[in-house]
Design a protein around this ligand. Structure first.
Ligand SMILES: C[S@@+](CC[C@H](N)C(=O)[O-])C[C@H]1O[C@@H](n2cnc3c(N)ncnc32)[C@H](O)[C@@H]1O
Length: 220
């Protein structure tokens, strides 16, 4: 695992090409998967929603599109990723912040989302504790990331660096992203980790033959 400073620098460096590479790496599927996850959250008008590790803002932007009356905020520590998010989604508030130390009171949000973020956070345990703290009782936490380590994910891990290296001169950053996924817990282990912090499982859903998985946890 890289230090937070190294992760910060890495995302600042890849920010400009992040969306393009994301489209390539997901074979154009990531926005569809993100939309499906958001719909399964059943976000109500006026819900207060926070997207953590928002990157270039797609999850936050889709939340606003699917539930335009929700109040949506995105937080990330990479200023370059945030600049792109701000250009793309002017109806969402984006702020720079650290997921392990959030500037919010206890019980502030109805929903917190995090896509492809936790695996990049050195102190992931602290980030999950922060999510629990800032959620209202019965609030929902959507966690989305790579899922099972199956045959398809192994093929994906081999193919991705080869494809990505054709489009970016920052292939090492993408090798890191693949490595970070290989050591990240599988969904069943993650759910146990979330439960140990006080969450209860509400819904788990797998996408693309289990390569991607979402867990919706409820603060009990
Ligand atoms: C792989 S990107 C995911 C971006 C976006 N959620 C998506 O689904 O495309 C991970 C993001 O997490 C951010 N990040 C990593 N550690 C963080 C931390 N401790 N606090 C805030 N943001 C962090 C990075 O800057 C990066 O934008």
């Amino acid at each position: 695992m890289k230090t937070p400073e190294a992760i910060h620098t890495m995302f600042n460096m890849i920010a400009k090409r992040y969306d393009m590479i994301n489209n390539i790496m997901s074979f154009g599927t990531h926005l569809g998967v993100k939309s499906a996850c958001i719909k399964s959250l059943d976000i109500k008008p006026h819900d207060n929603v926070l997207d953590l590790c928002c990157g270039t803002g797609d999850l936050a932007g889709l939340i606003k599109k699917i539930q335009p009356q929700a109040c949506v905020t995105g937080i990330d520590f990479s200023e370059n990723m945030l600049d792109i998010a701000k250009d793309k989604y002017t109806n969402v508030q984006f702020f720079q912040g650290d997921a392990t130390s959030l500037p919010y009171e206890d019980n502030t949000f109805d929903i917190v989302t995090m896509g492809f973020g936790l695996r990049n956070i050195q102190n992931a345990e602290k980030a999950v504790e922060e999510v629990y703290r800032i959620l209202k009782p019965n609030g929902k936490f959507l966690h989305l990331d790579f899922g099972e380590k199956n045959l398809i994910s192994k093929i994906y891990d081999k193919l991705t660096p080869l494809i990505v290296s054709r489009f970016t001169d920052n292939a090492p950053a993408y090798s890191y992203l693949i490595k970070s996924r290989q050591i990240f817990p599988i969904p069943a282990e993650l759910i146990k980790d979330f439960e140990s912090k006080g969450f209860k499982l509400y819904k788990r859903k797998d996408y693309l033959f289990g390569v991607i998985s979402s867990q919706i946890m409820v603060k009990s």
